[in-house]
Design a binder for this molecule. Structure first.
Ligand code: 5AD
Ligand code: SF4
Length: 452
């Protein structure tokens, strides 16, 4: 049997796509391997969001090339595929920069991989046209055993692409316009996952709360409505969604945080900056205060909600005062966990053309100050859960015998010691302590309050 090694970079959409590629290639006789050295087919599923991520691909390709040559010397052929957003954005340039690459395939075209791989070796291929057909219609479902081997928590893509055109972002160019999958297809996939033993579903999309999927009766469902329906699927005890835009947080979705016990009290809602001037230059179409008021409404619906966000420092033209506005917004809101980045100019995006780029040392200093504050908030949030009784979804065995790892409703990793529990169970745990990245707890009961 041939072997395929898939490495994914970047966001959860890529993790999902990588799994679907592996599922599809399973039907072509490829078994998945975690060791690149033994792979007949190496797929790098790439990310183009920041320059560092994109450049990483080329250094990795250098290593894969060496491997290909070593294997060739032993009489084994290795095919190299570059998939994902760098493939979409750079296309032919990748073939030019790395001669060992056989196929370049974009995120909307990977359902064609089996065909592309059958072409003769000399024919190096780039497939990045946005196709008319829906790739999801061509992707086979994984076996039950495969689904379960990936864990009790699964991602499900419900929406792709983005029409927001934030001036720093390549996504609208690499992933294309915003498209929602039909409701019936999402429900089928969710039921299949639940049937295989999945307990937690995270519905994903570049702009997931812009979801507007068509139902069988022709009506259009919002994310709030979809979440209510997903919660009815037997076996699904937890729901999450990511990533969202503040402008698409509608009443129905906010109300779902109040009314739907399966919807976990955690929200990743990127704000990017706290300065109205920068938010405007970013084309975010909201102000700092509008974000604050939105968070207030969400907290009214679900007071214990853990908030997460993305931040960019050093956007072109960002002054000290703009940066202080970001620090003030962070201080006002209080985040449980976040991602923060130095602005990275991306080819083809409006902000990259801006005359006033912020010098690197200023970016470095701002990022350090911001991350310091965010880390203090994260630790404070985690400390605040010590002493509480929380439901924990058990996900995998811990490092030591008898230890088992799971997640709190707030997405915190929790470790407990118990022989009397099993993976996939929601248990009630008293949180007794914490380390820098996880919580420790003791088992109080089975079933959990969520599941009731
Ligand atoms: N530079 C830095 N960070 C970026 N992001 C997107 N584009 C850029 C860029 N050009 C960040 C945003 C986004 C997250 C996924 O990546 O914060 O929310
Ligand atoms: Fe990029 Fe903005 Fe779309 Fe998010 S909303 S994917 S940051 S353009």
């Amino acid at each position: 049997m041939k072997k395929v090694f898939v490495k994914s970079y970047g966001c959860q959409m890529n993790v999902y796509d990588a799994e679907r590629m592996a599922d599809m290639l399973a039907g072509e006789g490829y078994a998945e391997t975690k060791a690149m050295e033994e792979a007949d087919l190496v797929i790098l599923n790439t990310c183009h969001i920041r320059e560092k991520a994109a450049e990483k691909v080329y250094s990795e390709l250098g290593r894969v090339r060496e491997l290909k040559e070593e294997r060739e010397a032993q009489g084994h052929e290795t095919k190299i595929v570059v998939a994902g957003c760098v493939a979409q954005a750079e296309g032919k340039e990748i073939l030019r920069r790395q001669s060992a690459v056989d196929v370049v395939v974009g995120p909307q075209n990977y359902h064609r991989l089996p065909d592309l791989l059958k072409r003769p070796r000399a024919e190096r291929i780039v497939d990045t046209e946005f196709p008319i057909e829906d790739k999801f219609d061509h992707l086979p479902a994984p076996t039950k055993a495969k689904t379960l081997s990936r864990g009790v928590s699964a991602f499900l893509t419900i929406q792709e692409g983005c029409d927001k055109f934030c001036t720093f972002c390549v996504v609208p160019y690499t992933r294309g316009a915003e498209v929602s999958r039909p409701v019936a297809k999402i429900l089928d996939e969710a039921m299949r996952l639940a049937d295989a033993g999945v307990r937690e579903l995270t519905v994903i999309g570049q702009n997931v709360n812009a979801f507007h999927g068509e139902a069988a009766d022709g009506s259009v469902w919002s994310l709030g409505r979809l979440l209510h329906r997903l919660a009815e699927i037997p076996g699904i005890v937890r729901l999450r969604y990511t990533t969202s835009h503040p402008r698409d947080m509608d009443e129905e979705l906010i109300a779902a945080h109040r009314d739907l016990p399966a919807l976990m009290p955690y929200l990743h809602l990127p704000v990017q900056s706290g300065s109205d001037r920068i938010l405007d230059l970013m084309n975010r179409k909201h102000t700092g205060d509008e974000y604050r008021r939105l968070i207030e409404r969400i907290r009214q619906a679900r007071p214990d909600i853990a908030l997460s966000s993305d931040f960019i420092v050093g956007f072109p033209g960002e002054t000290d005062q703009d940066f202080e506005d970001t620090m003030r917004l962070v201080a006002d809101i209080g985040f449980a966990s976040t991602f923060s980045f130095k602005y990275s100019p991306r080819p083809g995006t409006p902000a990259a053309e801006h005359d006033v780029q912020v010098p690197e040392p200023v970016k470095v200093e701002r990022l350090a100050r911001l991350q310091n504050l965010l880390e203090t908030q994260r630790q404070a949030f985690n400390l605040g859960t010590v002493g509480q009784t929380l439901d924990v979804l058990l996900e995998k065995p811990g490092r030591h015998p008898g230890q088992i790892n799971g997640k709190s409703p707030y997405l915190q990793p929790v470790q407990i010691e118990s022989e009397a529990v099993k993976i996939g169970e929601v248990v009630t745990v008293r949180i007794t302590g914490k380390s820098s990245n996880s919580l420790f707890g003791e088992l109080i009961g089975h079933g959990g309050r969520e599941a009731a």
